[in-house]
Each structure stands twice: as C-alpha cells, then as structure tokens.
Write a protein that binds this ligand. Sequence first.
Ligand SMILES: Nc1ncnc2c1ncn2[C@@H]1O[C@H](COP(=O)(O)OP(=O)(O)OP(=O)(O)O)[C@@H](O)[C@H]1O
Length: 585
Amino acid sequence: MSTTGEMSSDKDEKTSDSEDRFTPDPVIGKLLSCLEKESGMLLEEDLAFLNVMFNSKSLHALVNVYNKIRNGTSDKLIPVLSSSIDVLADVLEDLARKTYRLSEDGKELFQLLQKPHLQSLLNVHDVVAQKDYYPRLPEIPRDEGDEEETIKIVQLVKSNEPLGATIKKDEATGKIVIARVLHGGAADRSGLIHVGDEVVEVNNINVEGKTPNDVLTILQNSEGTITFKLVPTDGKYSIRESRVRVRAHFNYDSANDPYIPCKEAGLDFVKGDVLHIVSQDDAYWWQARKEGDRNMRAGLIPSRALQERRIVYEREQMGKNGEEALCSSVSASSSCVVTPGGNKIKKIIYDLAECDDFDREQIATYEEVAKLYPRPGIYRPIVLIGAPGVGRNELKRRLIDTDPDKYRTPTPYTTRPMRPGEENGKEYYFIPREKMEEDIEAGKFIEFGEYKGNLYGTSADSVKEIVNSGKVCILNPHFQALKMLRTPQLKPYIVYIKPPSLEALKETRGAMHARSTFDANSSRGFTEEEFEDILKSAVKIEFLYDHFFDETIVNADLASAFSQLLAAANRLETEPLWVPASWVQ
Ligand SMILES: Nc1ncnc2c1ncn2[C@@H]1O[C@H](COP(=O)(O)OP(=O)(O)OP(=O)(O)O)[C@@H](O)[C@H]1O
C-alpha cells in the first residue's frame, strides 16, 4: 500500500473528496501495469479476476481510507497511552486511600471514575490504541493435491522455564500434536507454536510412531537450543486474554489430581484465592494465573463444570458410604441479643428452621469477583458470624467502644411490653405482635426469634438506616441471616469468628478467665459441653457458609482477635476489595 505523501495536505484531501473519490492509488497502478506485462504467465480467468479487483471502486475507496489513516499527519491521532484502564485503577487506588481528605470535587471524580460507562469507554480507547481490532483472516486453505506441506521450524533456547505447552497423540491420525499452549508461557510468547500444530521432528529426531512420553524424553535430554519441525494447524487460535477474575471456593492440589492432563502445568490454589481466568477455551481445563502473581505463565485448573461434577460425585459417594449428614450433627442453636444498654437476653433463634439441608444443595466452586472501591460516606456493614458463645458480642462491643459515633449496631425490635424507665427506640423498638408477624412474613427481618412468649428481631431497614446515615453498621446475627444480608444493596463484609482448639478455649475462657474481660455484666462461664457445642457449631457453619467469608479471625487471645478486627474495619475504608462481580455492575 502507498505510503507516499499524496494525501498529506488538506488541499489534496479536498480534491480527492470532491472531484474523484477513486483517484488510482500509485501502488495499485503499479500492480495493474505489472499485470499487463506478466499477462502471459497467468491463466485467463485469473487475469480477468485480478483486473476486475484492481479496478474496482470499492478497493480504491478502501485504499484511500487506509492511506488517510496511515498518513494522518496530525499528532492528535496518535494515542498518548494505550493502558488508560491501568492508569484509572492506579488513580482509584490512590483516591481510595485518601477518601477522608478528599474535597467535594475529589469525591465526585472518585465516583465518576467508578462508573461502568466511563470504564468501558477507556477499555475501548485501549483496544483502539493497541490496534487490537484488526480482523484475523483465516489461513488460506491448501489445495488437496498439494505435494509439499508447509513446515515451520521453531527454535527455542532451553532454560529453567518450562516450555508452557503440552502434547498429545491425535487419536484419529496417530500423530503427535500440540494439545495446549499456556498463556504467557515460553511457547505462547514465541508466537510460533499453536494448538493443533503437528510435531514432525524434535532436534532432528523424527517423532513418527513415538508416544508423547518418548517426545518428552527427547526434550529432557536435549541441551541448549531445541528445534521443532511443525506442520502448522489450519485451525484458528485465540490469543486474547479474558479479564474474568474469580474467587476459588475450594483448595486445589494438582499433584493429587489423577485427571489433570499435565501435572507440571497445574496451578495450585487455596480456598479464597482470587484467580485471573485467562482462557476458558477448553470445557474442562481453564487456564489461570493467581491475581497479583508475577509469573506470566498461566496454569491449568479444573473448569467450573468439571469441579461441579466432582463435588456431585463426592457427595454421592459419601451418601453411599452412609456418612452422616453434617447438618444433623448440631442441635438447635441459641443466641443472645445484647441491648444497646448492654443487658443480654437469652433467646432461641430460627428454632423453626433448625436443619440447613437446603443450603448444601449449593455447589460452591468459583465466584466471579470484581474490585469494589471504598465509597466516601457509605460504609459496608461489618457482619460477625460465628458459633454462639465464640465471642462475637464481645468483639462487636469493643469495636463500638473505640468510636461510638462511628460504629453503630441496629436497635432490635420486640413485642414485649415496655418496662418503666425504658424508651422506645433506645433499648428496643416496641411494636405490636401482629405488626411484627406481618413484617416477618414480608421478609423485613434479617433475624428473629421468640423468648418467653415475646418476639425479638433485627430489621433489614434498621441496617440500611445506619448505612445511609454515613455510619459503620456492625452486626452479629445468627449465621442463617447471611443469605438475607449478602445482597448487592448492603454489600456486607463478612468476618467469621472461629473458635480456637478445645485446649485453647478452656485455657482462655476456663474457670480463671470466665469473667468478661470487657464488662462484668455480660460475663459468662462455660461447661466442657458448651465448649464442645461451640466447636461442633463452628464445623457446621464453616461447612455451610465458608464461601461467604471475606475474612476469618481465630478468637483465641482476645486482644489479638480484636486488633485483627480493627485492622479489617480500617481496610474497608481505605482499600479496594474483591466482591461478587454483580455488586459493582
Ligand atoms: N478470646 C476470649 N478470651 C476470653 N474470653 C472471651 C474471649 N472471647 C469472648 N470471651 C468471653 O466469652 C463470653 C461469650 O462471648 P460473647 O457473648 O461475645 O459470645 P457470642 O459469640 O456473642 O455468643 P452469644 O451469641 O451466645 O452471645 C463473654 O463472657 C466474653 O467476654
């Protein structure tokens, strides 16, 4: 195509637009004259086809457009940067750390930068700036009768880094082919090896009739440069990475996975890790990197579909072996409501829905996540979940005590009659039983229960009220309330308070230490049986809900558990954190 300056001045542009939109391009002109000269060497129909094509108005128009873009001398067409979305992330992270000190303009900017429309616009800008929009043309098919096969010779220098590709025997042809190319690995970065390429030779050794293991042995024994002779695949291959991030809800150890196609390519992770899924091309094996990991090469992880199948299979096996359902191992759970005044009222919560069997139907594998930036003036509620007696109340009260104006807990509702000296809305909101039953029925309560013939409960609206008033709402509901609370509207930060071992429980809460370390009025002693109940209940809560936990704090030493909670509360205000992707869309 022409790169001469015939389009460079405004005058020329006008001429070409107004007078003759199809001024022949000099390069096409040259091609036409060559065609005339060499006409004897071409078949008549090929000659006719090329003549029509080179004289076609649409081709000339296209070349004109192309030249205008290529030769656009104006600097404004050159992008200043091609990674504006990364800059946006840096700016957001910077602003997030300063939300308290931001001016009104700063706050507005912070909110604008989080709008999905603006982020999509910048994304599109980067795609254009990186010229990531060229159509990918399919390879020109070779004629059936072609004697010669195209062969590509690829040389890679052997280093400590794995090749980042796997091979297999093609079942239909018996040939060795490239089965998988791991994103970001040496093979992928070379841009020369693609899925489906047939391996003909490795270091001049013909691999015909050899097994994949034989080929691996050749590779392992070779030194320095490795030379592959490959027959390229005709198929298409995708090179664009997906942007999907997921949180893993299970542990994965590739060394103990008998089904992974290539152990060396596996990516191990633990529950809670955030993974960047770079390719979902294969239905069973995705390619992923750990978020924040500097290793460019992606690894193989089981796909959602594969993992779900495995869990279903494991459950079936458990059922066949007659293993006891976990949910039946713990009896009805009890909890306490602490009034704002500090008095505790023992009550039974959710005694009607004692069994959580339905929860186990959920199969937690991966959850798509996105970063949520702190929003000035709107704080995520902190929800403390744990076995009754593990210390959620103690921790909540300590947090409120650090700044009672900032941390608030909702005032509970009750149907019991008001006592002398009590004020409506202080210790409780007092409401008639019929009204409370109606509201419970309408799903307005995140938790409720009955004690000595009176209903007690916490309403969802009272949580929203605290959030909307710019305070940090802190809650310690029954664990079953999680399903009501974990919504895109409330965006709670869920902290699981985990009991330490039985020995540590006895040591920290036993006879000598049974008195409350915070407030003598709310002290409580524990029997050995109660300690065991705490541990059993914890196992159940973890089994049912651990995929909801944003953080786990082991409450052995109270001071250290509390400082972890305080750190989490500060983090919420200053750092972007991963949340379900649907919460930020
Ligand atoms: N780490 C700890 N070391 C010693 N004592 C503790 C610790 N954590 C909590 N406690 C004490 O254990 C008792 C029970 O704690 P708390 O009332 O906070 O439990 P809870 O999880 O709110 O349970 P419930 O819902 O039954 O009230 C309290 O007396 C508290 O002071």
